[in-house]
Design a protein around this ligand. Structure first.
Ligand code: SF4
Length: 368
């Protein structure tokens, strides 16, 4: 089914990253995920076609389509069809498309699935918080059992097929485990990950341990620096963003179309993290859909940070006050990651090790 002729399924603003929640089902019941895992929703083929065309119609040569759920591997046929369709359309549109998938790796991942993803040059993210104690405190299977042990056998297959350069762990830092940030980062490196995103859990009381966030993250970056000088390169994924975007960093920070768009399985677009939104929030956060396009107010605006329209763009947009806790650590994380890469770039002028590190970071930056 294609969009009605009156609707706007083209976009005049750059959409670099577009997240698509292809389904809602998941074998896990993570404490900080509010998706209704029993609703049985999956995205339709027509929504996939429309949203892919919507993204590809937008300016900018490099596009990234990120497949999320739920657990997308539970509906691997949709993953396969989406990947093949998006690749074919990107070729026609002359766009350079990156594909990415995020998994809890809580169910056994079949080698043939991963081989298909490798053939399609996917990036793959595994949500893994660190050691078993940290991870299982918040990420449990539906029956209550921790999910950590079941993930470990999948990691070897992931590294064998997708490769270490294109794989990453998403280390969720919770106010309860912020003190173990470096230990958990090292644990994930011990499992074989070289790219690790430090993600901040929103919506849980940060007041008691917020003061620890910056010193702990500084320790992670110090350790990465030391490791590099031992010939072992490790990365915090968001530190790679400025290498990928350069002047586009401003757009990423300001225009919600650039990196914050998502589609729910029902085809509705949003600027808001799907996983944090309940049913009521889903209605309020809607900004168009894969069948209607975006509302009038977003059809012709163009980015200009000096304009009031852009400065206040999301000031009245839906936000869930429950998840605002965590905004400060999230901002610190991004600022510190960018400062780290500035430090690397400066050192690379005189330090041959950091010159090599920067070279490798440039190869990997499209994972961000
Ligand atoms: S008003 Fe400006 S910031 Fe908002 S969507 Fe339009 S161009 Fe982007």
């Amino acid at each position: 089914m294609s969009a009605p002729a009156s609707c706007s399924l083209t976009c005049n603003k750059e959409i670099r990253r577009f997240k698509v929640a292809i389904n809602t089902a998941c074998p896990l019941r993570c404490e900080y995920c509010f998706i209704d895992k029993d609703s049985g929703e999956t995205i339709s083929r027509s929504h996939v076609e429309n949203l892919v065309r919507f993204q590809l119609s937008s300016p900018g040569k490099v596009k990234k389509l990120l497949l999320y759920g739920g657990e997308p591997f539970l509906n691997f046929d949709i993953v396969r069809e989406t990947a093949l369709y998006a690749r074919a359309e990107a070729l026609k549109a002359g766009k350079d498309l990156d594909l990415s998938i995020c998994t809890s790796a809580g169910l056994p991942l079949k080698r043939e699935w991963l081989e298909f993803l490798a053939e399609q040059r996917f990036f793959l993210s595994v949500s893994m918080d660190g050691d078993a104690e940290t991870h299982d405190a918040h990420r449990r299977m539906k029956g209550g059992r921790g999910s950590h042990a079941g993930m470990l056998p999948n990691l070897k297959t992931i590294f064998d097929t997708i490769g270490k350069r294109r794989s990453m762990a998403i280390q969720c830092v919770h106010p309860d485990n912020v003190e173990k940030m470096l230990d958990n980062y090292k644990t994930l490196v011990g499992y074989g990950f070289e790219n690790i995103e430090i993600e901040v859990i929103h919506g849980f009381g940060w007041k008691r341990t917020k003061h620890l966030f910056r010193p702990m993250l500084a320790k992670v970056f110090d350790w990465i620096w030391e490791e590099a000088h031992q010939g072992r390169f490790r990365f915090v994924v968001c530190s790679l963003v400025p290498l990928m975007l350069k002047e586009g960093v401003t757009l990423e920070d300001w225009c919600p179309f650039h990196s914050s768009m998502e589609t729910y399985p029902d085809g509705n677009f949003s600027f808001y993290p799907f996983a944090f939104v309940d049913w009521d929030g889903r209605k309020k956060s809607k900004v168009g859909s894969a069948s209607e396009g975006v509302p009038e107010r977003y059809r012709s605006c163009t980015f200009d940070l000096a304009s009031d329209q852009c400065k206040t763009c999301t000031s009245t947009y839906y936000s869930n006050p429950q998840v605002n806790e965590g905004n400060d650590p999230y901002r610190w994380r991004t600022e510190m990651a960018r400062a780290f890469m500035d430090r690397v770039a400066l050192a690379s002028r005189t330090d041959p090790v950091m010159k090599e590190y920067l070279k490798e970071a440039l190869i990997r930056c499209r994972i961000s």
